[in-house]
Design a protein around this ligand. Structure first.
Ligand code: SF4
Ligand SMILES: [Zn+2]
Ligand SMILES: [Zn+2]
Length: 332
């Protein structure tokens, strides 16, 4: 499936209905989107340039010293990573000495992942970007579907997300990436911050992307779409004709994030600018914490050698609870 409009679902899902009678706040053209957090509306041209400006400013803000080497981009085949890849290619692609590589993880999810991988392949061909696909089946000896069947009492996103982060880090390191670009949008980040605040997990707020500086064992992660609301990423992907897949993971209904998605939406509607305020809260916390010490995972996992807060990383703890054809090898 591609970025062409499918009747019904997606536009309603991203709450994008804008009356064609509303005018752009900057020019005389008809608006294509409302931006309540900015107190205005934007036509196609001003919308696209406002997204480009915010992405460029985030690249600059999050990664000021990168001028040569390899940039990895996590590419799922959905709208966010499609926009992130195009933006990375535009920002870095013409710099001599910078190589952009798209990295896709196949977690093994029947009826979902193969369509997104096809969309990812179409996009990388269209942009002329190198593409690597890593499979959980090959690298970990299991898949999200199989583990979900074996662990019916565990929400699949918990191990799936942990494994995907691990595989992305590994493949980013394998291709020699100095930095890993993620497609997290403003809503994703606001939800994650709120989720960790509610859980009282300040450490995880510190460790989440976008990273400040280098965390032991991790390729630094940046999130250039941090200031772009999800609905605007969707609209931008459509207006720029990017191939992407609208499909939804069959396990997504059980994600703890769903509650926070709804809560953030309600807060944003009641008080436009809530999402940006949550991001600023994180920035301020990091500044205060940085003044008093360091953040990040201090250890290496005894089994796989990846970054870990304890003796074993969460990926290996999950792997120990599912059946594998062979035991994971000791760290070297
Ligand atoms: S929704 Fe959950 S199970 Fe599905 S791909 Fe995302 S993290 Fe994995
Ligand atoms: Zn305009
Ligand atoms: Zn481990």
């Amino acid at each position: 499936m591609d970025g062409q409009e499918r009747p019904g679902a997606p536009v309603a899902k991203y709450r994008l209905e804008v009356s064609t009678l509303v005018q752009c706040s900057t020019c005389d053209e008809a608006a294509v989107v409302d931006q309540p957090y900015r107190g205005g509306h934007a036509c196609r041209r001003h919308f696209l340039s406002s997204v480009d400006d915010r992405i460029r400013s985030e690249f600059h803000h999050q990664n000021p010293r990168f001028s040569r080497g390899t940039v990895g981009v996590a590419l799922s085949g959905g709208k966010d990573s499609a926009v992130a890849l195009r933006a990375t290619q535009r920002y870095f692609g013409r710099r001599p000495g910078v190589r952009v590589v798209a990295l896709t993880v196949d977690e093994g999810i029947e009826g979902y992942r193969s369509a997104t991988i096809t969309a990812a392949q179409r996009l990388t061909e269209q942009l002329g970007v190198e593409h690597r696909v890593v499979r959980a089946e090959t690298e970990l000896g299991t898949t999200t579907d199989r583990a979900a069947a074996e662990l019916p009492d565990t929400v699949p996103c918990s191990f799936c997300g942990v494994w995907r982060r691990r595989l992305l880090n590994q493949v980013a390191r394998d291709v020699g990436a100095e930095v890993l670009v993620l497609g997290f949008n403003l809503d994703d980040l606001a939800q994650t911050i709120l989720m960790n605040l509610v859980r009282g997990d300040l450490d995880r707020i510190g460790r989440m992307a976008p990273h400040r500086g280098r965390q032991p064992g991790l390729v630094p992660r940046i999130a250039p779409l941090a200031q772009i609301p999800e609905r605007e990423v969707f609209l931008y992907a459509q207006l720029t004709g990017l191939p992407f897949d609208h499909g939804e993971c069959p396990h997504a209904g059980r994600a703890a994030r769903n509650v926070f998605r709804e809560v953030v939406w309600q807060l944003e509607e009641a008080q436009p600018g809530t999402r940006q305020a949550l991001l600023r809260t994180r920035e301020q916390l990091l500044e205060r914490i940085a003044a008093g010490g360091t953040m990040g995972a201090p250890n290496r996992c005894r089994v796989c050698g990846e970054a870990s807060t304890g003796e074993l990383c969460r990926s290996c703890i999950y792997l120990a609870s599912v059946r594998l054809p062979m035991a994971p090898t000791e760290a070297h």
